[in-house]
Design a protein. Structure first.
Length: 322
């Protein structure tokens, strides 16, 4: 299911979202790096992309969700259930995980043997789906996993993850190491998976094309904190680039700079200004009233994410505007 298909607005969705996983005041210290406190609900039945700089804590967070790492404090609930210690089997059987670098315990087995072993563990194992995916991704079934390339191993892990018919799919940079053809196959397999119904996907990625093609929601992590979560189309509309000028009137420029919503104000030597703002309409209107040339443009994903980080730094960390 995708939000676009539901015909609901983002604000309606936000208030009615059911949670697959909830984190309350979750903290973890890793060497000098502190993650949290994190308060966040991962919406059930949607794809949420978790994005953020290297080293900000995305993988650590996923490991806490898998319980391969325990928080120092705080509480996590999975499908409404909290647990102490390891995840209970019935929850573990509903969760599939694909890591950035596959570490296969079954290295000495072939894909076929490893699948036979895993199928005993997962009551909803779908052998037909597994074989179709292996075939589509061109992974040999009868070669030891240790003899496969890293990309082929990654494809095996991905196929095996989907074959478990998970309720919750945790993907940590799953496309690193995949060739462009396999990447497209992975996206289409994930789209089909979402059509299956009640599946929640959390994916960490640095590939904006992946966010664009897959995500319903985008969550931003910065310096160990979740800065917020936005519906993808809402994020796309949130900030715009405005080109003004050239503007000769210094007083007018100073007044414009103080308008609400402005994040970046980049004055050029020729008197023109490039602005990132969440409220382009007001800026545009005043510019037009004063006969100042003005142009409003959409932003690329990378620029939108930098705006989001800047907005967070200004409004939550109290940093000065640039
Ligand atoms: N095994 C570990 N032991 C101690 N500290 C670690 C370990 N793994 C990661 N860290 C530290 O935890 C912090 C968060 O790392 P993490 O791998 O979660 O970041 P990330 O957001 O997933 O980064 P990337 O985008 O590069 O994958 C970093 O400061 C890192 O140095």
């Amino acid at each position: 299911m995708s939000i676009q298909d539901t015909g609901m607005t983002a604000s309606m969705m936000q208030s009615e979202l059911e949670s697959a996983i909830t984190l309350e005041q979750v903290c973890k210290k890793r060497r000098e790096h502190r993650i949290g406190p994190i308060n966040w609900s991962i919406p059930r039945g949607y794809v949420t992309a978790l994005v953020g700089e290297n080293g900000t804590g995305k993988s650590t967070l996923i490991h806490m969700l898998l319980r391969t790492l325990y928080p120092d404090s705080g509480r996590i609930t999975w499908m409404g259930e909290a647990c102490e210690g390891e995840l209970p089997v019935h929850l573990r059987q509903q969760i599939a995980y694909v890591a950035e670098l596959p570490m296969l315990e079954e290295n000495r087995s072939t894909a076929r043997q490893a699948a036979a072993f895993r199928s005993q563990w997962y009551p909803n194992w779908n052998q037909q789906r597994f074989e179709e995916l292996l075939h589509q991704l061109k992974v040999p079934e009868d070669v030891r996993l240790s003899k496969l390339s890293k990309g082929q191993q990654q494809k095996f892990v991905f196929a095996a993850a989907l074959a478990t018919s998970p309720k919750l799919l945790l993907l940590d940079e799953p496309s690193s190491g995949l060739d462009p053809f396999a990447w497209k196959d992975m996206l289409s397999a994930l789209h089909s998976e979402m059509e299956r119904g009640d599946v929640t996907v959390l994916i960490t990625t640095h590939r904006m094309e992946e966010v664009k093609r897959l995500a319903d929601y985008v969550a931003l992590m910065y310096e160990g904190q979740i800065c917020g979560m936005k519906e993808k189309d809402e994020l796309y509309q949130q900030w715009k680039e405005v080109w003004l000028g050239p503007v000769a009137d210094r007083q007018l420029l100073d007044d414009l700079k103080e308008l609400p919503g402005i994040l970046d104000w980049d004055a050029k030597p020729d008197g023109s200004v490039r602005v990132h703002t969440s409220q382009p309409a007001e800026l545009q209107q005043i510019a037009e009233e004063n006969d100042i040339p003005v142009q409003v443009n959409g932003l690329e994903w990378e620029e939108l994410l930098s705006c989001w980080v800047n907005d967070y730094r200004i409004h939550h960390l109290g940093e000065a505007k640039v």
